[in-house]
Design a protein around this ligand. Structure first.
Ligand SMILES: Nc1nc2c(ncn2[C@@H]2O[C@H](COP(=O)(O)OP(=O)(O)OP(=O)(O)O)[C@@H](O)[C@H]2O)c(=O)[nH]1
Ligand SMILES: [Mg+2]
Length: 376
């Protein structure tokens, strides 16, 4: 899998959060284009409804996963423990849903998200209700009411010198107000967010001492599984490193699929093929025994992450210049050099070449039984 393919599978996790009953699940249904009773819709209701974080795929943004979180400030999800219980560090972005007016709980959420340096939108919902009740007043102006609501949302943010996007929406009257603007803005911003989250994620794992990832990335470079254009993309991504990201399991999974390439080297007749077969648990005579070669690796359930390449008959390699030899050896991660006759010096040349490319090897003597008989 190339890095670009890994990037393609990468998903952005957006948590829809807010107080209980604010209209989080209804907003998700509006994104999905579903009515509350439709199959696949998020359950909504007049009582505490969402009891656990539930994921919905965004219908038009394939890289976006929307998470419908339970509401904050109920006996089951008290305000103080809410952020911790909801594992905010798992999400890449937030939509803080507010209905009626801005409350202390809303600002607690904003503070936490700001602290995690993650992007968020503030969404004032149920606008249709507000407009309907204000309409009864004599001097009603829809624009004025909307403006007032926007200013109310921004007031507390301004005090903290924060300026996130604020949208005024109705999950019921989806054609009016700012649901479309919210959808368009998200669409515009999510590609850049994905680049930032992905590069920051790679940065975390590569510099965070996560050995497997470090190994895997070295490995894809060494085996040229990382293509030139991947490297350019990666470099460009790093230029924009921004928000921190915690979990995105798809990358971990992809990286863990990279395999260790072990080259088994030995002169013709040294017993390299027999050795590979013994290593992977197949006897020579056995049907389907490892036909490892320079073009076909042998694999076995015994070592699921290892590919054994049989490069016996090193004469071919030995005729190369030292630089050409290093180039060939660079395609592998680890070497097993088979020695059946210590009188020959070829294994020494190979071992030296492996050392020069700073990789590791084992020298394995085969046919020990024979030498033992000889020496007798
Ligand atoms: N008029 C109107 N009603 C809304 C809107 N959004 C939600 N509601 C109503 O508000 C109530 C609560 O909506 P939910 O979407 O279940 O709210 P929630 O935030 O998911 O609730 P919990 O999951 O229990 O925290 C429901 O009766 C909805 O029909 C809206 O934009 N306009
Ligand atoms: Mg809900």
């Amino acid at each position: 899998m190339s890095l670009l393919e890994v990037f393609d599978c990468f998903k952005i996790d957006i948590a829809v959060t807010g107080e209980s009953g604010a209209g989080k699940s209804s907003l998700i249904n509006a994104f999905l284009g579903l009515n509350p009773d439709d199959a696949g819709a998020a359950p909504t209701g007049a009582v505490e409804t969402t009891k656990e974080a539930t994921m919905y795929l965004h219908p038009n943004l394939p890289h976006v996963r929307l998470w419908d979180l339970p509401g904050m400030g109920t006996p089951s999800f008290g305000s103080k423990s809410y952020v911790k219980t909801m594992n905010f560090e798992l999400y890449d972005m937030f939509m803080v849903v507010i209905s009626e007016r801005v409350r202390e709980n809303n600002m607690l959420l904003v503070d936490e998200i700001e602290q995690q340096k993650k992007p968020y939108y503030l969404i004032r919902t149920k606008i249709d209700n507000e407009i309907r009740s204000q309409r009864r007043k004599n001097k009603f102006s829809e624009m004025h009411v909307l403006d007032q609501m926007r200013r109310d949302c921004k007031k507390y943010l301004k005090e903290k010198k924060l300026d996130p996007h604020v949208f005024l929406v109705s999950a019921i009257d989806t054609q009016n107000y700012e649901l479309q603007k919210l959808t368009d803005t998200l669409k515009d911003e999510v590609s850049q967010l994905k680049v930032e989250v992905f590069s920051s994620f790679l940065d975390n794992i590569l510099n965070g001492g996560w050995i497997k990832a470090r190994y895997a990335t070295n490995h894809i470079q060494q085996t040229r599984k990382l293509q030139a254009e991947d490297i350019t993309t990666l470099q460009n991504m790093y230029k924009h490193t921004g928000f921190g990201a915690a979990k995105v399991s798809v990358v971990l999974q992809a990286l863990s699929h990279f395999q260790l390439d072990v080259a088994v080297l030995g002169e013709t007749g040294s017993g390299a093929s027999t050795f590979v077969n013994a290593l992977i648990g197949l006897e020579n005579e056995e049907c389907g025994a490892a036909s490892a070669s320079i073009s076909n690796p042998a694999m076995s359930l015994r070592y699921p992450d290892v590919r054994f390449w049989d490069i016996s008959g090193i004469e071919g390699v030995m005729d190369y210049s030292i630089n050409e030899m290093k180039e060939v050896l660079n395609c592998y991660d680890f070497f097993i050099i088979i020695v059946s006759d210590w009188q020959k010096a070829r294994h020494l040349t190979l071992a030296k070449a492996v050392e020069e490319i700073r990789k590791h090897y084992l020298l394995v003597q085969t046919k020990v039984g024979l030498s033992f008989t000889d020496s007798k």
